[in-house]
Design a protein around this ligand. Structure first.
Ligand SMILES: Nc1ncnc2c1ncn2[C@@H]1O[C@H](COP(=O)(O)OP(=O)(O)OP(=O)(O)O)[C@@H](O)[C@H]1O
Length: 654
């Protein structure tokens, strides 16, 4: 346009007009197009003016105006070009940053998994203190990993920071493998957003079995899944011995002591009351998911394989199902059993103590069996070291998926366990006392919690001796979970005295809650000596509440105790202390010896007015009456589900 102006300024007006029209005609797509309307207006104005001089001035004016706009546009265009350059530069930087982040996130494992190289001539240590366990491989199990990866492991998951340490890639000792396994496991727990609920503990002896890695429920350190770590093998023979068992000269079958070892670890954890458990065996390069089989009858195992496979396939079939499992887990952990309404809050089992001392041998010999997935990455004995390592390097996605499956299934086991208060329909509602019980050892002023085993002859559930407070308490069973805490059964050395320990969920105010509830107990029951004194116990960075073990009232007995006046007596006894209980429900009533007492004194209120306390008694009775199980005649026709539920209840109460 500048050029055009220069060329046309000195021409006669009509020529200037013609030239400009021609220029417009030749440049139909030019950005001035939108000024053409303006130009038309100007033309009309020019036409309307008779004086040729004025016409020329108007035209010049308009052309100059357009030239200025043109200049402005050119400047803008330059600025835009500059910005484009800057943006391209930023994009380049961003891409580089993404690349760097990918290199220090789980994404790096997609490209290359950090395979471990055994730098020594020694093979893995196969413990002689464990006996053989049979392994039953469920072939199709690893197929589920594709679903898991496709449906669940999204970009956010893979973006979790993970710096593959070169130091982890050599391994002179089993502990180095363990370091790398724990590191990966920790990252995956963070990636799954579970670090608030799960802790990893290492090298713990449970019921005489040394557990390399345990997943434990954070608030009360209840173990719920286990990993057995072995050094990678540096020869074919070693690999065969590790995964398939050692062949002794005089034996017909190979003796799989590694399977035996994880079986023993899982059996140890099971004694806390789990019906079934998941575990893993790994060398860091090879991984295998394993689990226990709760059936007694080997004939049922085929059926069991099918059921397990279908269940795992269902659980991993879609994003929603996996998300559902973890959501339920988080909710159970966050709010205790608050997901359950009062009606379906899990029934507490009566605790029957059984000693298996007599048939211990039978248990050890007959049922030493684990089911197992295929080894990941796929494992062929014929492979040499280089091939094994090369294959491991390419299997990051598969390995990560298998560990995720292990964690997710572990969470599911724990959710079920806590929701059922540790009572499985498959197991009788009892504590099985074995000569050697796994336990968590609570010690005054301990800095680190420990597991151990304890020799128990029998349990005296009504014996409660906490004056003076024992230095050590041995937690042997989970009793129940609520909104604020989870309760466990603990025993003194040898089990001659028992107590219930409430571990409060919230790290923020657990000390205050423990002290407050303890003081409530002593205020309500202390004066009349109804219940022995409760105490606060300080162990491993936290306070917990120590109280007598109260025997739960079974659902089948509830009507009886309501009608024979025992509940009324308990409520009146409570009210006579000058307090009322603000959270009345059946699971908050239990036996202390022959009397019924109210438990969970986290929410009580002082009430001076006797009349108000008496109204509270009446209302509490009414509330409990409404929650009584329906009598036979009142029952609605049963669905399949309720039939099963009632059968379970009958079995529990039998
Ligand atoms: N002293 C005890 N003896 C035996 N079992 C107990 C004892 N205290 C608590 N329990 C069991 O543990 C469960 C959880 O304890 P508790 O009700 O005190 O927790 P909470 O978090 O305060 O519960 P809520 O959500 O009902 O307020 C109880 O429902 C009961 O089954």
């Amino acid at each position: 346009m500048e050029q055009f102006l220069k060329e046309t300024t000195d021409l006669p007006l009509q020529q200037q007009i013609d030239k400009f029209n021609q220029w417009l005609h030749e440049n139909p797509d030019h950005e001035y197009y939108r000024f053409i309307e303006e130009w038309r207006d100007t033309k009309q104005q020019i036409a309307a003016v008779n004086d040729q001089h004025q016409q020329a001035t108007l035209l010049q004016h308009q052309l100059r105006y357009l030239a200025e706009r043109d200049q402005q546009h050119q400047q803008h265009a330059q600025q835009f070009a500059e910005r484009d350059r800057e943006l391209a530069e930023r994009r380049r930087e961003l891409a580089q940053l993404h690349q760097k982040l990918a290199a220090i996130s789980l994404k790096s494992l997609k490209k290359q998994y950090l395979a471990l190289t055994d730098r020594t001539i020694s093979g893995p240590h196969l413990s002689k203190s464990h006996k053989h366990a049979e392994v039953r491989q469920i072939d199709d199990l690893v197929d589920c990993l594709h679903h898991l990866e496709r449906n669940w492991l999204d970009d956010q998951f893979w973006g979790t920071p993970y710096v593959p340490h070169e130091q982890f890639n050599s391994c002179h000792h089993e502990s180095e493998v363990q370091g790398s396994v724990v590191y990966l496991l920790q990252t995956l727990i963070v990636a799954l957003n579970l670090s608030d609920y799960i802790d990893i503990v290492q090298d713990i002896t449970l019921a005489g079995s040394e557990c390399d890695i345990l997943l434990v429920y954070k608030p009360n350190k209840l173990p719920f899944a286990v990993i057995e770590v072995k050094k990678p093998c540096n020869s074919r023979a070693n690999r065969r011995n590790l995964w398939h068992g050692v062949k002794q000269s005089n034996a017909r079958k190979r003796q799989n002591v590694v399977a035996g070892q994880i079986f023993d670890s899982m059996s140890g954890i099971q004694l806390f009351g789990f019906p079934n458990l998941y575990g893993m065996i790994t060398t860091g390069n090879h991984w295998r998911l394993v689990g226990t089989y709760s059936g007694e009858d080997p004939g049922d195992r085929d059926n069991f394989d099918e059921v397990l496979l279908t269940q795992i396939k269902e659980d991993t079939s879609s994003n929603e199902t996996v998300a559902g499992v973890l959501k339920e887990f988080r909710e159970t952990m966050d709010t205790g059993s608050s997901g359950c309404s009062d009606e379906d809050s899990p029934e507490q089992p009566s605790v029957v103590v059984r000693s298996k001392a007599g048939n211990r041998r039978k248990h050890e010999v007959a049922n030493r069996f684990v089911w197992a997935s295929k080894i990941v990455p796929s494992f062929e004995e014929s492979m040499n070291e280089e091939e094994v390592i090369a294959q491991a390097k390419e299997s990051g996605v598969q390995i990560v998926s298998l560990i995720v499956l292990f964690v997710v299934k572990g969470c599911q086991v724990l959710t079920e366990f806590l929701k059922n208060n540790g009572v499985s329909p498959l197991f009788p509602p009892s504590i099985t006392v074995r000569p050697k019980m796994p336990c968590r050892i609570l010690e005054t002023n301990e800095h680190k919690f420990t597991f151990g085993s304890i020799i128990v002859d029998s349990l005296n559930l009504n014996e409660y001796k906490v004056e003076p407070l024992p230095k050590k308490l041995f937690v042997i069973k989970h009793l129940g979970i609520g909104n604020y805490g989870s309760c466990c059964l603990a025993i003194s050395d040898k089990g001659e005295s028992c107590c219930a320990i409430k571990f409060f969920h919230s790290a923020r105010d657990r000390d205050i809650r423990a002290k407050e509830e303890c003081s409530n107990w002593n205020k309500v029951y202390g004066r009349a000596n109804v219940v022995p004194k409760c105490r606060v116990f300080e162990a491993a960075e936290r306070y917990c509440l120590v109280m007598p073990y109260f025997r739960p009232i079974l659902e089948v007995d509830r009507r009886k105790v309501l009608e024979n006046g025992s509940i009324k007596k308990a409520l009146e006894q409570f009210a006579s202390s000058g307090f009322i209980h603000c959270n009345i429900k059946w699971c908050h009533l239990a036996f202390w010896k022959e009397d019924i007492v109210l438990l969970d004194l986290g929410m009580i209120e002082e009430e001076e007015d006797e009349g108000v306390r008496s109204i509270w008694c009446t209302q509490a009775l009414e509330k409990l009456r409404k929650k009584l199980p329906l009598e036979k005649a009142e029952k609605a026709p049963k669905t399949q589900g309720t039939k099963r539920k009632h059968r379970d209840i009958r079995r529990k109460s039998a």
